[in-house]
Design a protein around this ligand. Structure first.
Ligand code: ATP
Length: 322
């Protein structure tokens, strides 16, 4: 299957734009940067808060763990292509430790407030504002031919005092080429789209929109994460218990896929659950017909049925003021 939008975003750009394997990194000077404190660690990196000694500008230093050089090239090329785009974390520089040659990426810093503290305080207008920012970043990235593939709260930095949102961690991002088979071992379990769980290799930008839907549902219904699987296998079961099995089977049929044997043995027929059944005393103030319709149009098994980032931005939930 081929993306409904931006399918030729890479083919119409010069080869150097997307051919990340054949390009040479220009290294900056590491002595310009000083580490101040450790702020995070990921699977692929250790992250520090730092400062550029030339202009005293604060920055974030992401020191990469040893991974395939190809993966580093991809992350760097993607960041260079997207830097300057709306709400995309800006890559300032790229340096190497003198002896070890370990690479480090230098980014703009966001004074992030942890999502577990921030999201529970969101009102409808905060949801409208921050998801507009996120969808703008995604529509831009998609228009540039790039799928993020790891959209989740941990990768969205928000400074609520400056009302600044930045999409970070482009380490799993990939260039989209129509008809190419992609690795389904991407994204983090709770935010993995059904395509990844049923081994549909020809996915596209719409993968990111599933993750956005799962995030919005989690905030609106105060159920974090919205789909909590104990394993990749269980993740699809958790989705099926809500979206129902009928639509799952039509999805599989449409793309000529079969569930693996382990599923056939345990997957009972589940009806589709009404979105309103997630409304409680505690979340009622965030729920209205518009947000339910938005969630309903993002959390679709069939990736071709999901709203695109641009369509989502034009949804009534974002355009209505009250
Ligand atoms: P993962 O294991 O999630 O893939 P990773 O190794 O690819 O992580 P990042 O997600 O890029 O690394 O960064 C790890 C953490 O460092 C982030 O979750 C965040 O808390 C912090 N961080 C990274 N970049 C920034 C930034 N520009 N501003 C503020 N904090 C940041």
């Amino acid at each position: 299957s081929i993306s409904r939008v931006y399918a030729d975003a890479n083919e119409r750009r010069p080869r150097e734009y997307w051919d990340y394997e054949n390009y040479e990194i220009e290294w900056g000077n590491i002595i310009n940067y000083e580490i101040i404190s450790k702020i995070g660690r990921g699977k692929y990196s250790e992250v520090f808060s730092g400062v550029n000694m030339l202009n005293q500008q604060p920055c974030v230093i992401k020191v990469l763990k040893p991974v395939k050089i190809k993966k580093i090239f991809r992350e760097v090329k993607i960041l260079q292509n997207l830097t300057g785009g709306p709400n995309i974390i800006a890559l300032f520089d790229l340096v190497r430790e003198t002896n070890s040659k370990i690479p480090a990426l230098i980014f703009e810093e966001v004074k992030n407030v942890e999502f577990r503290t921030l999201y529970p305080k969101f009102k409808k207008n905060d949801l409208q504002y921050y998801f507009t920012q996120l969808l703008t970043a995604l529509d831009y990235s998609h228009s540039m031919g790039i799928i993020h593939r790891d959209v989740k709260p941990q990768n969205i930095m928000i400074d609520p005092f400056q009302k600044k949102l930045r999409l970070i961690d482009w380490g799993l991002a990939e260039f989209y080429h129509p008809g190419v088979d992609y690795n389904v071992r991407v994204a983090s379990r709770y935010h993995k789209g059904p395509e990844l769980l049923v081994n549909l290799n020809q996915y596209d930008y719409s993968l990111d929109l599933w993750s956005v839907g799962a995030m919005i549902a989690a905030i609106v219904f105060k159920k974090e994460p919205f789909f909590r699987g104990d394993s990749n296998f269980d993740q699809l079961i958790k989705i099926a218990k809500i979206l129902g099995t009928d639509d799952l089977y039509s999805y599989l049929k449409k793309y000529g896929l079969k569930l693996s044997k382990e599923y056939v043995e345990v997957l009972e027929p589940y009806p589709r659950k009404a979105w309103n059944s997630f409304v409680t005393e505690n979340n009622r103030y965030l729920v209205d017909d518009d947000v339910i319709d938005l969630i309903d149009n993002l959390l679709r098994y069939d990736h071709q049925e999901r709203l695109t980032a641009k369509e989502a931005l034009q949804h009534r939930f974002f355009t209505s003021l009250d």
